[in-house]
Ligand binder design. Structure first.
Ligand code: FPP
Length: 191
């Protein structure tokens, strides 16, 4: 049981927090952003309204997670498969992401959150990549929670990229003959 409850929690959050066992609190929580479309459909709103609501939910998650001193949070925000959605929706999401990064940096700094990314970042629109680099740099000195955004991410894509880098490095260093693939090597080459 927690004896000291962090400042800034609502009464309900504080009550729940007090019941948690600090020894068993996870260090890293990953969230899949899902259900935005369903949230909007239930309210007879367009899907993009659901995505906006998803952004608001992320804001609450950041505040709470940093207040309870969680070490790391990963948000699966846009997968490689998401490009199959209508162009209007993917363009909206890219624009939303740019706005999000610009608007939320002050909140991240206020909560000492450092921003990082995983995924095939180089394939994202250049304007999005620029804003991402800016936001990462703006939060680089923060020492609290690490927030990783998975963008243009796929589990299989990550494995493919890891194996390609492993083979490339081996080829540059005398060839593939002596290459031994083990867990540590694969792990070192993951995003
Ligand atoms: C899934 O909901 C959500 C997405 C595919 C996009 C989420 C990304 C953003 C809102 C961009 C902003 C990014 C951040 C990091 C805040 P869905 O459309 O699959 O919903 P459904 O499952 O109900 O159809």
């Amino acid at each position: 049981m927690h004896t000291t409850v962090p400042a800034g929690l609502t009464r309900k959050q504080a009550e729940l927090f007090a019941k948690l066992d600090p020894e068993r609190l996870p260090q890293h929580i990953a969230l899949i952003m899902d259900g935005n479309g369903r949230w909007a459909r239930r309210r007879h709103l367009p899907r993009i309204a659901g995505h906006r609501q998803g952004v608001a939910a992320v804001r609450d998650v950041i505040k709470l997670a940093s207040r309870i001193q969680l070490k790391a949070i990963t948000l699966y925000a846009f997968s490689v498969e998401n490009w199959k959605r209508p162009k209007t929706e993917t363009s909206f999401l890219m624009a939303l992401l740019r706005t999000y990064l610009k608007k939320e940096v002050p909140l991240m700094n206020e909560h000492n959150v450092r921003l990082r990314y995983i995924g095939r970042i180089h394939e994202l629109p250049p304007a999005v990549q620029e804003r991402m680099a800016w936001a990462e740099e703006q939060t680089a000195k923060n020492t609290g929670m690490i927030m990783t955004l998975a963008l243009n991410y796929g589990g299989r894509a990550e494995l493919i990229d890891a194996f390609q880098r492993i083979v490339q490095t081996a080829a540059n260093n005398g060839g593939l003959a002596g290459l031994k693939i083990d867990e540590a090597l694969v792990s070192r080459h993951m995003y």
